[in-house]
Every structure is written in C-alpha cells, then in structure tokens.
Write a protein that binds this ligand. Structure first.
Ligand code: SF4
Length: 331
C-alpha cells in the first residue's frame, strides 16, 4: 500500500487472488465518488501484480452496491460497499469495503460525555469492522450499546445505507440515542429524518464529534416547500430506475394509479441516471422518484421541477399528514 491509499485498506492481495483463481483477463474497478482519487493508484498496484490482465477504471458515477456495472469480460471490483444481500447480479463481482485504518476509539472516548443511557451503534463499511470493539469500549464506560442486524438489504450488523436505516429503526423503541461512526452527513441525515432520536456523529477521519439538528431542520423546511410546489402540479412523471437495486416497479405503477385517481396526469419514465437535462425534456410539472430516495432529498436544488419521494406524495394525496413525515427507504 502506498501513502496515497494509506487511510483505507483496498485489499490488493484479495483482488489479485480473485482474478488469478478465476482466470480473469479483465478487471473493472468501480469507486464511489469519495474514493475515486485513489483509483489510479489502486489500478497501478493491480497492474504491477497482474500480468496480461486489462485493468480498467469505471468513470461512471457509483453511489452504492445497488449500482453495479455490466462487465461480461471479467471481474467487477466494487469499492467502498458491502453487497446488498437480497440483490442478485450477473457476472463475477467482489466487494472491497475500503476499511479505514484510522483508530476510532480515541474520538469515541472524547464523545463519552455526549452519550447517555442505551445507545444504538451504527456505521458504514469503512468502520463496521470496529463496531464490536466500540461496543466493548462503551460497555466498559457505563453506556449500554445496542447493535441490530437490520433487514435483508443489510450485510453487516449495525450497517446503515443512505436508503436503509433498518439497523437503527428496528431498535428505536429500545434506545435513547444513536451513535454513528463514520464520515460525512449522508448516512446521519437518513438516521435523523427516519428516527426521532438524537444522533451523535463521531467522525474518526477528521477526529470530529457533531450533531446535525440544524441540517435536519433545514432539509425538512426544504421538503415542506418542495411538497407545496408539487401540490399544484397537473402532470407528474414517475422516475423508475433501471438499476436493479433501485428499481421499484410495483411502487411506480401504484403511484401512477393513485395520481390518476386523484385527477392528475401521470406516466412512468424509466432511466439509468437522472439529470435536469433528461427530466426537462418531458412536459411533467413535478416528479416522483421511485429510484434512489436520496435523489429527491439531496439533489433537488439542481432540478427545475419539484422532485418528491413516494411518502411525500402521500401527503399531497391526503393519505398522510405532514406531522407524520416518513423518510423514504428501500427495504
Ligand atoms: S439506492 Fe441510493 S442510498 Fe441506497 S444504496 Fe443505492 S445509491 Fe445508496
């Protein structure tokens, strides 16, 4: 491992063994945006150990294990994620979680004054391998930790996805607060919108402890505004993803039926990736996304028409009150 890749374990020997054992002559490396800066270095290391094997880097966006490229010529290596257990995929794929080499215990120790009572512990592939150690540490410091398995979309105990917080939701009645170990606000925002718990973020990468109450309030205000704009729309496009792990075809069909029953025009548009240019080509005045739930929540400002989630449509159709706001999850 070189200094460029030092914070994460890219498991070069495991990839080399997988390629050699299966006799592959081609490897496609798929990195999420946050790890793409390591891609060339990883590719160089693999090329150095794999003679006569084509090593290619996917330049397409990658947001999760829900989004695997088709590479019939050889092996796909997906970095930064664990598999989604209830999802099958064609071809040979291995998942490299890109485990962090940073020790999380010093920053968890600093967070102890913020933690009280029974604490649900959740994380992402970069730190999930340290969860049992963190649980022991909390137990030894008068905190009662709780780690749940999550549903069939979850590979590791305590793991959360940006679209699935079942490992926290399933224990929310039993816990006082949630401790998230990992980087960024993407997963904590899902926890904040999907539970009523206080979320403490411990980010070992930058040795920071923080809360996201302000972000949650801001996002909820934005969602309220977007739902209000979509209320007056007459023509709804319903986004259906071609990515197997984001494809909710029955939901898309049901949404079209509900909208038509409510006197709106509605149609399904199938697409792999979504962009303002693609959506603007259609005459829809609002969109409902059955694809990745984070499209509506995180990216809506880039779009010219309101984009809402299926539970947000329920508010427009009078099936749910704003006070009972529900975070859209793929379960
Ligand atoms: S659907 Fe979205 S949040 Fe869920 S795994 Fe895929 S990219 Fe991540």
């Amino acid at each position: 491992m070189t200094s460029d890749t030092a914070p994460f374990d890219f498991e070069i020997p495991r990839i080399v063994a997988a390629v050699k054992n299966a006799g592959h002559t081609s490897v496609l490396l798929q990195f999420p945006e946050g790890l793409k800066r390591n891609a060339i270095d990883v590719a160089f290391q693999l090329e150095g150990q794999l003679e006569d094997v084509d090593v290619q880097i996917s330049g397409e966006p990658c947001f999760g294990a829900c989004d695997l490229p088709h590479h019939p010529e050889g092996l796909v290596v997906n970095f930064g994620h664990y598999p989604i257990p209830n999802l099958t995929h064609e071809g040979d794929v291995i998942f490299i979680p890109a485990r962090s080499n940073t020790d999380p215990i010093p920053i968890v120790r600093k967070a102890l004054p913020e933690l009280k009572g029974t604490v649900g512990v959740v994380s992402t592939p970069q730190y999930i391998h340290r969860v049992s150690e963190i649980v022991d540490f909390l137990s030894n410091n008068n905190i009662i930790p709780f780690v749940s398995k999550g549903d069939d979309r979850i590979f590791k105990k305590g793991q959360v996805l940006g679209c699935n917080i079942s490992a926290a939701r399933s224990i929310s009645k039993d816990i006082d607060m949630i401790l998230f170990i990992g980087a960024g606000n993407f997963h904590p925002l899902a926890l904040a919108l999907g539970t009523d718990k206080d979320i403490i973020i411990v980010d070992p990468d930058i040795a920071e402890i923080r809360r996201i109450n302000d972000l949650k309030d801001r996002v909820l205000r934005q969602r309220h505004a977007v739902i209000s704009q979509a209320k007056d729309a007459e023509i709804f496009g319903v986004i259906l993803s071609t990515k197997p792990g984001q494809r909710r075809q029955i939901l898309a069909r049901d949404i079209v039926k509900d909208l038509r029953k409510a006197g709106k025009k509605a149609f399904v548009v199938e697409m792999e990736n979504t962009s303002p240019q693609i959506l603007d080509s259609f005459s829809a005045t609002a969109w409902v996304s059955t694809a990745c739930p984070r499209l509506a929540i995180d990216d809506h400002l880039a779009y010219n028409r309101p984009i809402i989630t299926p539970p947000e449509l329920d508010i427009i159709l009078g099936k749910r009150e704003w006070e009972d706001y529900v975070f859209d999850e793929i379960v």
